[in-house]
Design a protein around this ligand. Structure first.
Ligand SMILES: Nc1nc2c(c(=O)[nH]1)N[C@H]1C(S)=C(S)[C@@H](COP(=O)(O)OP(=O)(O)OC[C@H]3O[C@@H](n4cnc5c(N)ncnc54)[C@H](O)[C@@H]3O)O[C@H]1N2
Ligand code: MOO
Length: 406
């Protein structure tokens, strides 16, 4: 039976996905595993930082009371390497040799850099200081953070710099948003297994590995990955299980109107069909529905359309699960190379961008065909050519989406 479909615009389709309510789930993870995880709770300083007075240079610690009439000779009463402490106060004209990062004696007020001192021949217990210093060269307690200060705000995606801050306080665990769980179901009796020899009429599954890695780099957790033959019962069972166990299910193929396009049937019967046709090419068949509180994103089997559909509709929702903005930058650019085709739907070209002194320029990058995949490695942006009966002019301003990790 031919399914009636109601095409909506790219903006409308994106808005529909953006409107669905997502659950908030959190978990505790080790800081060692937390790079690119998103904090669900702010982290505050358990104590002041630095928590002891630290020398910023290698040199000799002195008291304010002795900080006059240079050059002068001091008595060396201690040696404080980094990691050590120093007992007792410095007396009059006494100093302690001290290394960068080391504990400053409690009554010392300044550290004179090694370069401004001279050893006294045959007398290691004395040191001559040539001149004083303008600054104390001491990091005082709490100069970076007072106890209770916010170290990193909630809803922040941790990066190696953030992990350094947490580690500086000995913090070993953080509360983060759970990654959305994602099941991937690729379909098609024409798909071979990677270890099968090439056969006439069949192809290797290229979308599967692409989707898996796109999900992972967008912060999703792939819980299952399947490659199914075109069989309605098999697909139905797989889909039901995937929906019951995951936050998101991504299907690929079988979503058009052909004899084996079973995902379209599931969409039509779903709790909430968001859309089953978009006024764009490639990717017009991209379909989205919610079933049992799980979002099902049905991407086209055609590689170019699958790639485009993922970035425009799936990446943003994966990021929203963990309270983050999409990593895709939507902006305007100058179409810097000619494009002659016209189209009843908006066309989304795979492109490449260039940042020039006079602005952002975009260039079509090879084939705009839905089934073409030769440009998937080198594409760095998507470019929207609005539907029109006239070809778009060279140097027209166009909407573009700059893709992440390119
Ligand atoms: N009568 C109509 N036919 C088609 C329409 C239409 O509106 N009416 N739409 C066309 C458009 S546009 C597209 S896009 C495709 C979408 O088809 P499906 O998403 O249902 O995908 P399939 O039919 O299963 O496969 C399409 C194409 O992609 C290849 N494929 C499938 N899976 C993979 C994979 N994992 N890796 C690589 N390639 C894959 C498959 O072999 C087909 O060549 O429908 C048009 N037809
Ligand atoms: O959905 Mo098809 O990719 O529009 O060409």
């Amino acid at each position: 039976m031919l399914t009636r479909r109601y095409p909506i615009s790219i903006d409308e389709a994106q808005a529909k996905i953006n409107q669905i309510t997502l659950p908030t789930k959190t978990e505790t993870v080790a800081v060692t595993e937390a790079n690119h995880r998103v904090l669900a709770k702010a982290v505050t300083a358990p104590y002041a930082y630095p928590h002891f007075r630290r020398s910023g240079v290698d040199g000799f610690a002195i008291r304010d009371a002795d900080d006059h009439d240079f050059p002068k000779v001091f008595k060396v009463v201690g040696n404080i390497p980094a990691g050590a402490t120093f007992d007792g106060p410095l007396g009059e004209n006494e100093t302690a040799r001290i290394m960068t990062g080391a504990f400053v004696p409690e009554n010392a007020d300044k550290v004179i850099m090694l370069e401004k001192t001279r050893e006294i021949a045959d007398d290691p217990d004395q040191i001559k200081m040539v001149v004083t210093e303008k600054h104390s060269n001491i990091s005082e307690i709490g100069t970076e953070f007072a106890e209770g200060d916010q170290l990193i705000a909630a809803d922040t995606e941790l990066n190696p710099g953030g992990l350094a801050i947490l580690s500086a306080f000995g913090i070993r665990e953080v509360t983060v948003y759970k990654r959305p769980t994602v099941a991937i179901i690729t379909t098609g009796s024409e798909l071979m297994q990677p270890d099968e020899p090439l056969q006439a009429g069949k192809i290797y599954n290229s979308n599967g590995p692409m989707i898996k890695n796109l999900v992972a780099e967008s912060g999703g957790e792939v819980t299952s990955y399947e490659q199914l033959i075109d069989d309605a019962d098999l697909l139905k069972k797989s889909l039901q299980k995937a929906i019951a166990e995951n936050d998101i299910v991504i299907t690929d193929g079988a979503v058009s109107v052909g004899d084996f396009d079973f995902v379209g049937d599931a969409a039509r019967n779903a709790d909430d069909l968001l859309f089953n046709k978009i006024k764009m090419r490639p990717g017009s068949v991209t379909t989205a529905f919610v079933e049992n509180n799980t979002l099902v994103m049905a991407l086209s089997g055609n590689p170019g359309a699958c790639f485009t559909g993922f970035y425009l509709y799936v990446e943003p929702v994966l990021r929203r699960f963990v309270h983050q903005q999409t990593r895709i930058r939507q902006t305007t650019a100058i179409l810097a190379a000619p494009y002659h085709k016209t189209n009843g739907f908006d066309r989304v070209l795979r492109g490449q961008f260039q940042i020039d002194p006079d602005g952002l320029k975009v260039f079509p990058n090879g084939s705009d065909q839905s089934g073409a995949l030769g440009n998937l490695q080198t594409t760095t942006c998507l470019v929207k050519i609005p539907h029109s009966t006239e070809p778009i002019e060279l140097n027209a301003e166009v909407t573009t989406w700059l893709l992440p990790f390119k």
